[in-house]
Design a protein around this ligand. Structure first.
Ligand code: PNS
Length: 164
C-alpha cells in the first residue's frame, strides 16, 4: 500500500524550512501532498493561487509531491485523499503546545490518521514565514531562508508597497 502523507500549512510563503521537511518526509512516505489550508488565527499575505504558484516553482526538484489546497478540516481532506498521516515540522519548544493541541484534536476527529513530527533542520530552527515576511518588509536580506522565486516575490511585493 502506498504511504501517503498530507503536509498541511499556510505556506504564506513556502520557506527553506518547509522544503527541508518535505525532503526528509519523502524518505518516510511514498508521496506527500503539500496542502494549503486556512489558519483562522493568521493574517495572510498571498492568495491561495499565489501560494500554490510559489510552491510549484519551489518544489521543482522533488518528485512524488503534489500541491493542493482545501477549504475545510484537515482530517476530512486526508481521508478524501486516502492519506494515513499528517506531516508537521517541529522547530523549538515554543511550537510544541500548538502542535500538541492540533495533533490531539485531529486524532479526536479521526483516529485513523496519525500525526508525524519531524524536527526541523538546525539551520531553520529560528525561521518562520512570519518572521521572514517581517524582515523582507523592512528590506532585510532573506536570500538564505527562502527559495529564489519566493525571495523575488517578496521583494517585488514590498517594493511595490513602498512606492505606493
Ligand atoms: O502553517 P500553519 O499556519 O502553522 O498551519 C496550520 C494549519 C493550516 C495546518 C491548521 O490551521 C489547519 O489544519 N487548518 C485547517 C482546519 C483544521 O483542520 N484545523 C485543525 C483541527 S481544529
Amino acid at each position: 500500500m502506498e504511504k501517503i502523507a498530507i503536509y498541511p500549512g499556510s505556506f504564506d510563503p513556502v520557506t527553506n524550512g518547509h522544503l527541508d521537511i518535505i525532503e526528509r518526509g519523502l524518505k518516510i512516505f511514498d508521496r506527500i501532498i503539500v496542502t494549503i489550508l486556512e489558519n483562522p488565527a493568521k493574517q495572510i499575505l498571498f492568495s491561495v493561487e499565489e501560494r500554490k504558484e510559489l510552491l510549484e516553482q519551489s518544489l521543482g526538484d522533488f518528485t512524488n509531491t503534489e500541491i493542493a489546497s482545501y477549504d475545510g478540516l484537515l482530517v476530512d481532506y486526508a481521508r478524501k485523499r486516502g492519506a494515513h498521516a499528517i506531516l508537521r515540522g517541529m522547530r523549538a519548544v515554543s511550537d510544541f503546545e500548538y502542535e500538541f493541541q492540533m495533533a490531539l484534536m485531529n486524532r479526536r476527529l479521526n483516529r485513523e490518521i496519525q500525526t508525524v513530527f519531524l524536527m526541523t533542520g538546525l539551520r531553520w530552527i529560528f525561521t518562520s514565514s512570519s518572521i521572514i515576511k517581517e524582515a523582507a518588509k523592512f528590506g532585510g536580506n532573506i536570500e538564505s531562508m527562502v527559495p529564489p522565486p519566493v525571495q523575488k516575490k517578496l521583494e517585488e511585493y514590498f517594493k511595490q508597497g513602498a512606492e505606493k
